[in-house]
Design a protein around this ligand. Structure first.
Ligand SMILES: [Fe+2]
Length: 363
C-alpha cells in the first residue's frame, strides 16, 4: 500500500455491476489510486470530461451505452481522446476485442479481473498517460506562444487559421501524406514563432526596414526552429519554420536554398502565406482580389522566386472551391482543436512583402 498522500493516478471505473465495481475500486484504492466509480456510460463520459482522468476501466456490457459506445465517444472528443481506455470483456471473446479495437480501446482485461494483471496494466498505462500529458503541455505552450505573437498585431485576424487550412487543402491536392498534412497544419500556426525575439518597433514598423532591422526580422526563421527543436513531435515542422522564406533562385533566407532544396511542405506554406498576405487588408492598402494576387504570384514565379507548380495548383484549388475555405479539416493538432486558435492577423507575410520590394511598389 502506498504511503504517499498524493494518488498515483486518477482512475475511472465504469461497471453497472456494483460488486464488480466495488472490487475494482477497493483494489485500486488500496494501491494508492484515486477512483471515480460510476454505473453507466453517460456518467463515465461526464467524469472523463470533468475530471483529470489518467485511465478508464470500462465494462463492455452495460445497459444503454455500452463500453464500446463510451470508448468511441471518448476517443472522438479532443479533451479525452488521449486518455487510455481499458475495456473489461467476458472471457477473451474475440468479437469483443475486434469491436473494442475499432472503438479505439487501448487495452483489454478479461473477466474475472486478476489483481496482479490489473495493477500491472494500470501502472503501465498511467505512466504512458503522464508522458503524453507532458508532451501535450509542451506543445500547448508552443501554440499559445505563437498565438500571443500574432496578437501583437491587432490589424487583422485569423491568419494562422486560414494559413493552416489553405496549406492542408493544397497538401491534400498534391497527395501529401497524413504526416505532412499534420506538419502543415501545425506549421500554419507556429511558423513565425521566432518573431518573439523581434523587437516590436521592428515587427510593427509601417515603413521599410533598414539593414539592421531586416536582419532582426529575418532571424525569426532560425530562432523559431530553435524554439521548437526540443519537441520531437515537431521534427517535421522545423523545415517549414526555418525555410518558409527561401526562394527558388536562392535569394531567400536564411540559408539561400534553391528549388528542390527547399522542402515541399515549406514551399506549400510559403505559397499560401503570400496569397493570404495579398488578399487581406494591410495598414497601407486594402485587400487585393484573388485574381490580382495570383497575377502577382505568377509574376514572381517568372522572376524565379516561387514554385510555379504550387502556385498553379493553388490557383486551381482556389477557383474550384471559391466558398470552400470555411470547411473544417480533420487533420488534428494536439492542444489546438481546429478553429480554437486565438489567432490575430500577423505580420509574417508583411515581411515577405517587404522582402519582395516589387510587391510594395505594386501596392
Ligand atoms: Fe515568416
Amino acid at each position: 500500500m502506498s504511503t504517499s498522500t498524493r494518488p498515483l493516478g486518477n482512475i475511472l471505473v465504469a461497471d453497472d455491476n456494483q460488486s464488480a465495481r466495488d472490487m475494482l475500486e477497493m483494489m485500486l484504492r488500496t494501491h494508492g489510486y484515486r477512483v471515480f466509480a460510476v454505473a453507466d456510460g453517460p456518467q463515465a463520459l461526464a467524469v472523463l470530461q470533468q475530471e483529470s482522468i489518467d485511465l478508464a476501466l470500462i465494462d463492455v456490457v452495460m445497459p444503454g451505452q455500452t463500453g464500446f459506445d463510451v470508448c468511441r465517444a471518448a476517443k472522438e472528443l479532443p479533451a479525452t481522446r488521449l486518455t487510455p481506455i481499458v475495456l473489461i470483456t467476458g472471457l477473451g471473446r474475440v468479437e469483443d476485442r475486434v469491436q473494442g479495437i475499432e472503438a479505439g480501446a487501448d487495452d483489454f482485461l478479461n473477466k474475472p479481473v486478476r489483481k496482479e494483471e490489473l495493477l500491472a496494466r494500470v501502472k503501465s498505462l498511467v505512466r504512458i498517460k503522464r508522458f503524453t500529458d507532458e508532451l501535450e503541455s509542451a506543445e500547448t505552450v508552443v501554440f499559445t506562444l505563437a498565438a500571443s505573437i500574432e496578437a501583437k498585431d491587432p490589424y487583422t485576424e485569423g491568419h494562422c487559421d486560414r494559413l493552416s487550412r489553405y496549406s492542408v487543402a493544397l497538401g491534400e491536392r498534391l497527395g501529401l501524406s497524413q504526416e505532412d498534412l499534420v506538419s502543415l497544419r501545425r506549421g500554419g500556426v507556429v511558423h513565425d514563432i521566432g518573431k518573439v525575439a523581434v523587437p516590436e518597433c521592428v515587427l510593427l514598423k509601417p515603413g521599410p526596414l533598414d539593414a539592421h532591422e531586416r536582419e532582426q526580422m529575418e532571424a525569426h526563421t532560425v530562432i523559431g526552429a530553435r524554439i521548437c527543436a526540443p519537441l520531437k513531435s515537431f521534427r517535421e515542422v522545423l523545415p517549414i519554420i526555418r525555410w518558409h522564406h527561401e526562394r527558388q533562385d536562392g535569394t531567400g533566407y536564411p540559408d539561400h536554398l534553391r528549388s528542390d532544396q527547399i522542402p515541399l511542405t515549406a514551399r506549400v506554406l510559403q505559397t499560401v502565406d503570400i496569397y493570404d498576405a495579398l488578399t487581406t487588408d494591410r495598414p497601407y492598402r486594402k485587400a487585393l482580389s484573388s485574381e490580382r494576387a495570383f497575377a502577382i504570384l505568377h509574376d514572381e514565379v517568372r522572376r524565379g522566386w516561387w514554385d510555379g507548380t504550387l502556385v498553379n495548383e493553388f490557383e486551381k484549388l482556389r477557383n474550384e472551391l471559391p466558398g470552400g475555405w470555411t470547411e473544417q479539416t480533420a487533420v488534428p493538432v494536439l492542444g489546438f482543436p481546429y478553429g480554437s486558435a486565438p489567432g490575430k492577423r500577423d505580420r509574417l507575410t508583411d515581411e515577405n512583402e517587404l522582402s519582395t520590394g516589387s510587391l510594395r511598389s505594386l501596392l
